[in-house]
Design a protein around this ligand. Structure first.
Ligand SMILES: [Fe+2]
Length: 287
């Protein structure tokens, strides 16, 4: 098209994508063009604003490395990460929540009832539960993979002062599908504020805080794995998560430990306890 105008440019760009051989790629690029152009028109984007947006994206690339992805953080604070999670939720399974940037696949495998507290300070918590399928049947051998911050709000994978394997573990559920470990209560933390995403969050006067949480990946053979988080009702940030990860079924109270509480043989008597059962959906063809 030779005579490009403000009226025909959207159609021209959509046509330029029109020969993409993959129909899904073609559809996504054409609809992205439609919405981006509509946005530019609606807000009346100025040349200066466009330049600062390009500059923002350039800086997001500059600050990203193999440990930090500023674009993932942008997706998080825009709610896109959670929206994709929610739209792709598996009916019947425990609802998912964001993976976040601090997961590492190499957590130590620990036995049922393990004590993760070690040198960590803070409120001790017994965390227990059962992994079941959608029929309510326990899944022996399911793997519960957990990672969390210490009481200062830092993960072992980001804090050189912590042992590399601190406060993260994989545990195989017992014959009744149960898992149990003792740990410390995690703490709230802020998203990274030293990059371009943090600058926008600050300029907008938004809270950078995430409420304290345990992260979990739960998986079992012939079942669809889940990635989720557990939050605490008493946390002051639970209604204002900077990355929109909180879901009502994932918010729990930390109960005081009773004398007769918990599995036998625990190495210590924790201050609090949390019980959370997970539900996994069997993969099709394996009912
Ligand atoms: Fe986290």
């Amino acid at each position: 098209m030779r005579d490009i105008t403000a009226d025909n440019i959207t159609e021209a760009v959509q046509q330029a994508w029109g020969n993409a051989p993959d129909p899904r790629l073609r559809h996504v690029l054409q609809r992205l063009t439609h919405h981006v152009h509509a946005f530019v028109r609606e807000v009346g984007l100025t040349h200066e604003e466009w330049l600062s947006t390009i500059d923002f994206l350039w800086h997001a690339g500059q600050i990203s490395d193999d440990k930090r992805n500023e674009f993932a953080l942008l997706s998080d604070v825009m709610g896109v990460t959670s929206l994709v999670d929610l739209l792709n939720a598996t009916p019947g399974a425990t609802i998912g929540s964001v993976l976040g940037p601090f997961y590492s696949d190499d957590s130590p495998t620990v036995p049922f009832g393990a004590d993760l507290v070690k040198d960590n300070e803070g409120t001790t918590v017994l965390v227990t539960g059962v992994v079941r399928d959608t029929a309510g049947k326990p899944i022996p051998g399911a793997i519960v993979d957990m990672w969390q911050t210490d009481a200062k709000g830092e993960y072992a994978t980001q804090d050189a002062a912590q042992d590399d394997e601190n406060l993260r573990c994989k545990q195989e559920c017992d014959d009744e599908g149960r898992y149990a470990f003792t740990t410390v209560e995690p703490a709230p933390y802020t998203i990274p504020m030293d990059g371009p995403v943090g600058a926008v969050v600050a300029a907008a006067g938004r809270s950078p805080w995430r409420p304290s949480h345990f992260h979990f990946i739960v998986k079992a053979e012939r079942h669809k794995p889940i990635v989720t988080e557990i939050f605490f009702a008493h946390d002051k940030f639970v209604d204002n998560d900077a990355v929109f990860g909180v879901r009502d079924p994932l918010v729990r109270k930390l109960d005081a430990m009773r004398d007769d509480d918990g599995p036998s043989g625990l190495e210590r008597r924790p201050d609090k306890r949390l019980d959370f059962d997970f539900t996994l959906v069997p993969l099709q063809g394996n009912a």
